[in-house]
Design a protein around this ligand. Sequence first.
Ligand code: SF4
Ligand code: SF4
Length: 387
Amino acid sequence: MSASKTFQPHAGDAAGTLPALYARWVEAIIHGSLPVETEATCSDCVMCSRSAEPAHTEQFFFDKGSKCCTYTPTLSNFMAGAILGDPSPSMTSGRASLEARLSTGLGVDPLAILPPPAYNLLYRHSQNAFGRNRTLRCPHLDTDLERCSIWPYRDPTCVTWYCKHHRGKIGQSFWNALLIFLNEVIKELSLWCVLQLHIGDDALALLESRKRCGTTGENLQASELDGRSDVCAARKTWGRWWKRETVFYAECARLVSGLDFQEVERICGPELQMSSRLVKLAYDKLQETRIATHLQIGRFEVEDATFDAVRVWSYSRLDPLDLPVPVFMALSYFDGRPTDDALSMVEHDLGIRLDDQLLRTMIDFGILKTRQEPGEETERASSSAQA
Ligand code: SF4
Ligand code: SF4
């Protein structure tokens, strides 16, 4: 018996590729290759409707012209410099899209290029809009070529977000740990660049006070509402780099480009050591395939049911599983008793044999979970090993 994912994967998308700068730091932590999320088929987006899908599922799908790019990334000072300094023809529209953001002056400061305040306001107050509107579409989405124009330099959210995960909740946990790590790296390295480049004490004080103000875009200034930046404020923010912003970003890129992971760790401090440790733990868990000796039902919701299958989702509504009806019925046998006993009873009562791969999938997706008692052996030898 097996469970089918909601959509068939198109294997081979290298969607898990990180920007080269991040890749070498992450590889120094995990000592292995990154997972490739084959279920998230970005070049033929799995979240966009196939004509064969029934009409009542329309609400579930993403807009074909936006996909999951209804988001504007925050680009760190050094990544902005790297984009502007990349002369390759494939980056032409990426550079142009960034120059367009810079030309407005909105959200542009020495630490990063942030989404414009009015965009932030809309983003936070939109419901059910993610993936399903065009107003919030990313300025770096090249709609002619239907691709991300800054792909080698995406921000941590773009790099780590997937609609579906090959290992379900366990896969998502890894990417979430990586997101926290990369955000920490960016926060600290951006600040380090600012300090190296001496923007001036007044400008530093202004950046610090903005950090304490928290979220931008809750109350818009008149100029922000009209899509204009405040020139006086920008002059103060940029200090001695005023009118030389792109040179500043280029310098940031130069400073960061040669750093190895040891140097990054030294600059970023103990917070980064903690988040890199958590990335490693999440990665190790991703390599784990053994099945617990005692299993019980996890938390999930039933989305839909037909004569043949029950569609359930647990960690994410975007990543449901279609369980054949007998498999769904078998779940009630997993009440914390030994896994092998539950499997024998399922086979006896329902006439089906649940294999290790199916059990693994249901555990990965949180449909089943480990019953853990203090001091108890929690890993079960696989059925093939027993045979
Ligand atoms: S990650 Fe985004 S682009 Fe890729 S398949 Fe999922 S929704 Fe589509
Ligand atoms: S930067 Fe690229 S991947 Fe990220 S939202 Fe924009 S177009 Fe999509």
